[in-house]
Write a protein that binds this ligand. Structure first.
Ligand code: GRF
Length: 194
């Protein structure tokens, strides 16, 4: 069975992308990370992808219009025959038109138990709200931010004395476990394009 050609879109560290790359090395994993796209030239994840021999594309989000940015992104995806997109710390909101073109073929990982704590600073907000449980969610991307259909979640406890940093680290460990599993489940449901 051919693997689903997947692009990981990053803007920074890229640790979730790296977890996907590592999982995709297995022969029986249903997706291949065929392309890593970064919206920032200084994204640390780009160096990792290059060292793994994965094709990379830099599509800067600064200094160009939203339309030009998305046209360049779409062109990179098409050029590499991408069938599925995994957003992995990609700090750019995509337009409803772009999202519609990739409906059912674009997923994201978010560091909270959605629908709680959409948006940024999720760990600090979970602590401030007095939550005893927090976690991460993989979901389909829809036009509304962090609101698409949920694919999988992982939970962690919020411990006494946690700050945003310690809680983020606990959640991140779960992200690295959850995202490869969720991507695999989505890829298995997609027939490769002819
Ligand atoms: C992760 O916490 C992810 O859930 C969020 O941004 C962070 C990206 O980290 N969307 P990394 O770039 O994958 O290391």
């Amino acid at each position: 069975m051919p693997k689903i050609r997947t692009a990981a879109l990053i803007s920074g560290r890229g640790s979730n992308m790296a977890a996907l790359v590592e999982a995709a090395r297995a022969d029986d994993y249903p997706a291949d990370i065929a392309l890593v796209v970064s919206s920032r030239a200084d994204a640390a994840g780009l160096a990792f992808a290059t060292s793994e021999g994965i094709a990379t594309a830099l599509v800067p989000s600064k200094g160009q219009t939203r339309d030009a940015f998305e046209a360049a992104l779409e062109a990179a995806l098409r050029a590499h025959g991408v069938e599925l997109i995994a957003l992995a710390g990609f700090m750019r909101i995509l337009t409803p038109g772009f999202v519609a073109r990739w409906e059912g073929r674009m997923i994201n990982i978010h560091p909270s138990l959605l629908p709680d704590f959409k948006g940024l600073d999720t760990h600090a907000r979970a602590i401030a709200a007095g939550r005893t449980e927090h976690g991460c969610t993989v979901h389909y991307v829809s036009a509304d931010l962090d609101a698409g259909e949920i694919i999988a979640q992982a939970r962690v406890p919020v411990l006494a004395g946690d700050d945003a940093h310690s809680l983020a680290a606990r959640v991140l460990a779960q992200e690295h476990r959850l995202y490869p599993q969720a991507l695999a489940s989505v890829a298995r449901r997609l027939a490769p394009r002819e």
